[in-house]
Design a protein around this ligand. Structure first.
Ligand code: NZQ
Ligand code: ZN
Length: 388
C-alpha cells in the first residue's frame, strides 16, 4: 500500500429517528442557525416541519437560505455568505443532498473570508488558516457522500467551470442520517445517486496499486452492496434495509476510507463536471453515460483488474475466458445494469448539443491517476462515441 494519513472529523448519527434524538443537543452551543435547503422537497415530505420544530423548541433564531439548486453556483454561495453575515449566523444546518451540503461548505468558508473564495480556494488549492462557520448536515438523499468529507463541487457559471476541492476543515461537524428521509426521493434521482456511489468506488478501484490491499477488498463488497440494494429499493422504495445500506454505501465511498493507499482516478468525474458546467445535467446521469465507454478505452491498460471486477463484482464465471474476454464481459454487465435501472445511455438524452462536444472536451481536467492518461482528443472521441 502507499503511505497515507487518515482523519475524518465528522461525527455521524445514523438511523431512524436520529434527527429527533440528536439535533437539539448538536445545535445547543449556537443561537442563530441558518437553515439551508434546496427546491422544497423537504417541505413536501415533512422534514422541514420536523427540523424547524426541533430548532424552535430549542429557542434558536432560524435564518432560512432556500432554493439551492442542483449543481450549486458560485453566485448562490455568495448569496448565502451575505445572508449569514448580515444575520450573524453562528451555525449552518444543511438539509438536503450533495448540492445543499456542498453549497453550505463553501458558504461556511465565504462567510468568514473577505477575499474571493473562488479565486483563492477553487481556482487553485488554498490554505484555510481561519475557522469556517460551523456546519452540520442532515442528509436527505444518498449519492455524493458529501456528509463525511470536505469536498464541495461548485459551478462558476460565468467561467463555465464546475470543480471541487476537498478541504478537511470543511468536513461537517456532524451528520444526521435517517434512511427514512430518503423514502421520498424519486426513482430517477435514487438511481442516479446510486450510480454516483458506484462511480466513486470504481474510480478508486481502477487505480494503482493493484497488489493485494484492503481498500480493493472493501470496494468489491461496497459495489456488490450498491447493486443489490438499489435493485431492492427499486422494488420497494420503503425497504429500510436497502435504503440504509445505500445511505451508508454512499458515505463509505467518499469518507476517504477506501481511498487510503490508492492513487484514485477521477477522469470520469472531471469529464462529467464539465458536461454539468455547460448543460446543468444531472451528475449521476452524466456519469452513467460516460463510464462504460471510458472503460472500453482504458481496460487494456488495467486488464487483470477489469477481469477481477467482472468475477468479483458481477459474478461472471471465468470458464476458460481470457482476461480480455472477462474484462469486456464485466464492462458489458455494467452497461446492461445502467440500461436496466433506467439511466440515460447517451449524451443527447442529457441535452448536450453535438456542436458543444469539442469545447466541453477541451475544458476537462486531465486526471493523473487513471491506468491510461487521457488527452483532450481522446476525451472528444469518448464524447462522440457516447453521443447517440
Ligand atoms: O432541491 P430539492 O427540492 O430538495 O430536491 C432535490 C433535488 O431535486 C431532490 N431530493 C433530495 N432529497 C430528497 C429529494 N426529493 C425528494 N425527497 C428527498 N428526501 O433530489 C434532487 C437532487 O439533489 P442534489 O443535492 O442535487 O443531488 P446529489 O446529492 O446527487 O448532489 C449533486 C451535487 O453534488 C456534487 C455533484 O457534482 C452535484 O453538484 N458532488 C459532490 C461531491 C462531494 N461533495 O463529495 C462528490 C460528487 O462526486 C459530486 O460531484
Ligand atoms: Zn460523484
Amino acid at each position: 500500500m502507499n503511505n497515507f494519513i487518515f482523519q475524518n472529523a465528522t461525527k455521524v448519527y445514523f438511523g431512524k429517528g436520529c434527527v429527533k434524538e440528536y439535533l437539539g443537543c448538536k445545535s445547543k452551543p449556537y443561537s442563530t442557525v441558518m437553515l439551508a435547503y434546496g427546491g422544497g422537497s423537504i417541505k413536501r415530505n415533512g422534514v422541514y416541519e420536523e427540523v424547524t420544530g426541533i430548532l424552535r423548541d430549542a429557542g434558536k433564531t432560524i435564518v432560512e437560505f432556500s432554493g439551492i439548486m442542483s449543481n450549486p453556483t458560485y453566485a448562490k454561495v455568495q448569496e448565502g455568505a451575505k445572508l449569514a453575515r448580515e444575520n450573524h449566523v453562528d451555525m449552518i444546518l444543511a438539509v438536503g443532498g450533495g448540492s445543499v451540503m456542498d453549497c453550505c461548505k463553501a458558504v461556511s468558508l465565504a462567510a468568514r473570508y473577505d477575499g474571493d473564495i473562488w479565486e483563492d480556494f477553487w481556482t487553485r488549492p488554498g490554505v484555510i488558516d481561519f475557522e469556517p462557520l460551523p456546519l452540520g448536515v442532515i442528509v436527505t438523499v444518498a449519492g455524493t457522500g458529501s456528509e463525511c468529507n470536505g469536498g464541495a463541487v461548485i459551478t462558476n457559471e460565468e467561467k463555465k467551470i464546475k470543480t471541487g476541492r476537498d478541504y478537511p476543515q470543511l468536513n461537517p461537524q456532524f451528520a444526521l442520517m435517517d434512511p427514512t428521509y430518503t423514502y421520498s426521493v424519486p426513482k430517477g434521482q435514487m438511481v442516479s445517486g446510486s450510480f454516483d456511489i458506484l462511480s466513486h468506488i470504481m474510480e478508486t478501484y481502477f487505480s494503482e496499486p493493484n497488489e493485494d490491499n484492503v481498500s480493493d477488498d472493501i470496494m468489491e463488497a461496497l459495489m456488490r452492496s450498491v447493486i443489490r440494494n438499489l435493485r431492492a429499493a427499486i422494488q420497494n422504495p420503503e425497504d429500510y434495509t436497502a435504503r440504509s445500506n445505500l445511505m451508508w454505501d454512499s458515505t463509505m465511498a467518499e469518507n476517504r476510507v477506501i481511498k487510503m493507499g490508492k492513487k484514485c482516478d477521477f477522469q470520469c468525474h472531471n469529464m462529467e463536471h464539465q458536461l454539468g458546467a455547460y448543460t446543468d445535467c444531472n451528475h449521476g446521469c452524466g456519469l452513467a453515460v460516460l463510464h462504460p465507454v471510458y472503460y472500453r478505452h482504458i481496460y487494456q491498460a488495467g486488464l487483470p483488474k477489469f477481469a477481477r471486477f467482472a468475477e468479483n463484482v458481477w459474478g461472471i464465471a471465468r470458464d476458460g475466458k481470457t482476461d480480455e474476454a472477462l474484462a469486456l464481459a464485466g464492462i458489458d454487465a455494467l452497461a446492461e445494469f445502467i440500461r436496466k435501472i433506467g439511466l440515460p445511455t447517451t449524451l443527447k438524452e442529457l441535452g448536450v448539443r453535438r456542436d458543444q462536444l469539442k469545447e466541453i472536451a477541451d475544458s476537462c481536467g486531465i486526471s493523473a491517476g487513471s491506468y491510461q492518461k487521457m488527452t483532450h482528443e481522446e476525451i472528444l472521441k469518448i464524447f462522440q462515441e457516447c453521443y447517440e
